[in-house]
Design a protein around this ligand. Structure first.
Ligand SMILES: C[S@@+](CC[C@H](N)C(=O)[O-])C[C@H]1O[C@@H](n2cnc3c(N)ncnc32)[C@H](O)[C@@H]1O
Length: 345
């Protein structure tokens, strides 16, 4: 999934810094998990703990981290006579097939009740129908908890591919982008099986940190003032499907409780970051950040050295790939930062 600050392209760099510095680790925690790309990648090597403030991220984590195999859907197949993908694989789904209010169709597609152009009518109806059917199957107890999250994650992953947006859901485009003309279908996600007791959470990292312990803590906080909750409000609403009191041109859901301290200016971001490092019950700490971020590299280094063994400190600077070939000199100097430190015992 396209996601602000996704580390899908940095996985090998993160793995290198871990391999260069860590021996005999068993538990890896991705505490700002987002798309769960890092947690998913390291599941092959470690027991994984993952977490994010946003619920749609929790859905992705439940499906691919806590869930340890592709579900079999036995009870569902027995009840409906085929697997869910076959069941949903129907070119025409009608509005009348939605048994509850079609919240996405009514509010995010152009129709008599809304002018918003996030989805075509066809895809809006399909999203509502898929979402309502998954919920009904769970209520009827023909889906296990794992199967429920797996199907829901397949819907969340599919939505960005047919959305009329330029990157995030903070705004929709005025004209239909070509990608919106594709018909949405659920994606079947890969699940790495590691046979371990992987655990996922949906809370503030600074609260969770007191409740967990392990060997490697990977910290990838937001680095600028763009809050994630408003930028991904539609994924949150599809995941929760709670008919929120939306407002404004974009149909934003209220998000005051999901504002991140990591998107605020110094000193509060420094206070939050220092608390996280101080209270971390992990031997190895790896931090991702950007040279464009609110905290400076020097400030991060200072905090890490306050709670870690100074001699183990490492900082790797990785040129920001996306801008590598642009003529813009300022963007050429952008770097992804990877910090490592071993914590004091
Ligand atoms: C840079 S992104 C992580 C990207 C992720 N590594 C990936 O590859 O998809 C930062 C994430 O931190 C989450 N976040 C922000 N503040 C948080 C907090 N206080 N506690 C937990 N998660 C938070 C955001 O929702 C966002 O998903």
């Amino acid at each position: 999934m396209r996601y602000l600050g996704s580390k899908a392209l940095l996985l090998e760099e993160i793995e290198n810094i871990i391999n260069e510095n860590v021996k005999n680790a068993e538990i890896f925690c991705d505490i700002f998990s987002g798309t769960a790309s890092v947690a998913r990648y390291f599941k092959k090597d470690y027991e994984v703990i993952s977490n994010d403030l946003l619920y749609f991220s929790y859905v992705l984590q439940m499906a691919t981290i806590e869930n340890d195999k592709r579900p079999s859907f036995d009870k569902l197949i027995e009840s409906i006579g085929c697997d869910p993908y076959k069941y949903f694989d129907n070119e025409t789904i009608l509005l009348s097939q939605c048994l509850d209010i079609p919240f996405i169709y009514e509010n995010y597609t152009p129709n008599p009740k809304s002018e918003r152009l996030y989805f075509t009518n066809t895809n809006g109806i399909r999203i509502d129908y898929f979402r309502q059917t998954i919920e009904r199957w769970r209520k009827e107890n023909i889906l296990s908890v794992q199967e429920y999250y797996y199907l829901l994650a397949g819907l969340i992953e599919a939505v960005p591919f047919i959305s009329n947006i330029a990157g995030t859901f903070g705004a929709y485009l005025k004209h239909w982008d070509n990608r919106t003309k594709k018909t949405i279908n659920l994606i079947e996600l890969d699940v790495v099986k590691n046979g371990k007791n992987n655990k996922v959470f949906n809370m503030d990292a600074n609260i969770l940190i007191d409740k967990i312990k392990g060997d490697i803590l990977y910290i990838d906080p937001p680095y600028n003032k763009r809050q994630y909750a408003p930028n991904y409000h539609l994924l949150e609403t599809i995941a929760r499907y709670d008919s929120p009191a939306i407002y404004g041109k974009t149909g934003m859901r209220p998000y005051s409780e999901l504002k991140s301290k990591y998107c605020t200016k110094t000193p509060s971001v420094l206070v939050a970051f220092e608390e996280l490092i101080k209270r971390a019950n992990f031997k190895h700490i790896v931090v991702s950040y950007s040279t464009e971020g609110i905290m400076s590299a020097k400030e991060i280094e200072k905090i890490l050295k306050l709670y870690g063994k100074e001699s183990t400190f490492k900082l790797k600077r990785i040129p920001y790939r996306r801008y590598k070939h642009t003529a813009d000199k300022r963007k050429h100097s952008l770097e992804e930062l990877l910090f490592y430190i071993e914590k004091e015992d």
